[in-house]
Design a protein around this ligand. Sequence first.
Ligand SMILES: NC(=O)c1ccc[n+]([C@@H]2O[C@H](COP(=O)([O-])OP(=O)(O)OC[C@H]3O[C@@H](n4cnc5c(N)ncnc54)[C@H](OP(=O)(O)O)[C@@H]3O)[C@@H](O)[C@H]2O)c1
Length: 321
Amino acid sequence: MRQRSFGRTDWQVSEVGYGMWGMGGWTGSNDEESLRALDRAIALGCNFFDTAWVYGMGRSERLLGQALRARPDARAVIATKIPPKNMRWPGSAEYPVASTYPPNHIRQYTEKSLKNLGVETIDLQQFHVWSDAWASDADWQRAVDDLKREKLVRAFGISVNRWEPTNVFRALDTGLIDSVQVVYNVFDQAPEDELFPYCQRHNIAIIARVPFDEGSLAGTLTRDSRWPDGDWRNIYFTPENLATTLDRVDRLRPLVPEDMDLPELALRFILEHPAVSTTIPGMRRPRHVERNLAASDGVRLPPRLRDALRTHRWDRTAVIQ
Ligand SMILES: NC(=O)c1ccc[n+]([C@@H]2O[C@H](COP(=O)([O-])OP(=O)(O)OC[C@H]3O[C@@H](n4cnc5c(N)ncnc54)[C@H](OP(=O)(O)O)[C@@H]3O)[C@@H](O)[C@H]2O)c1
């Protein structure tokens, strides 16, 4: 497993990290299987884990704590997230910052996550939503400073709203934010335009999330894919969106080399970009862990293939988180 620097911190993180949303509550999650998948990842050298309080209201955090306690020698970087106080996704300028990230809420949810994880310090605490309209508010800035000073949190990040990669620059200008988590994959290439160059100039880490576009780029969805009521993927993949997305996946398939599959190509595309510190595929099954972590072998894509993938860029408008 290859490692990369994580912005201005002194951490070396595995370039393929671990996304833990699914095991917090997507249908079909099985805690015993999730723990086996996590354990396999730790054994294979994955050391960056992205969870959030809202992923099962602590369930995903507790699973991570349990998996890490079972391997006391493992050195992991734990990233989690604070939900907005109003529990509204995505972040929006129409909500005053006092209703999303007041200081007592930032502290309260950090304490909840510390307890769920069973640790004394969170390596990376992130705002789960963001609107740059909140950037100049002195209260969240003081809360971030205080938590770092008290060593309850080592670094702070922002997870930007889906398809709004630039809605964060004023917050980054404060110098208080060490990482940005952003949707970046073969379809969603917009972060390359402005966000990545900014972060490279200022040595801010990039966490590339949703590498498989919630599953379409994993190549396993069909036009008939449906999920039980309450599963978030029904909102993302409405029948119309699913059909449009799968048309695009079909156009992509001829580019997959014979010795690769689509998810591997999708991960390799992300790892090509030097601004990316780590990408965090969502995984609940040990076989997915093994496949995805194997993409970290340092082998580069041929430039012509990379250029061909660039033509599959799909700029979308933010409607959902
Ligand atoms: N607002 C935010 O901050 C935010 C929003 C979304 C996501 N995230 C973070 O980003 C992470 C990744 O996003 P995501 O989990 O939503 O979506 P994703 O990584 O794009 O896709 C996850 C899906 O791909 C499947 N998969 C993984 N590896 C595979 C393989 N090799 N072959 C076939 N299928 C494979 C997973 O299956 P199994 O689960 O069955 O293994 C899961 O259904 C999340 O887990 C979370 O940590 C953050």
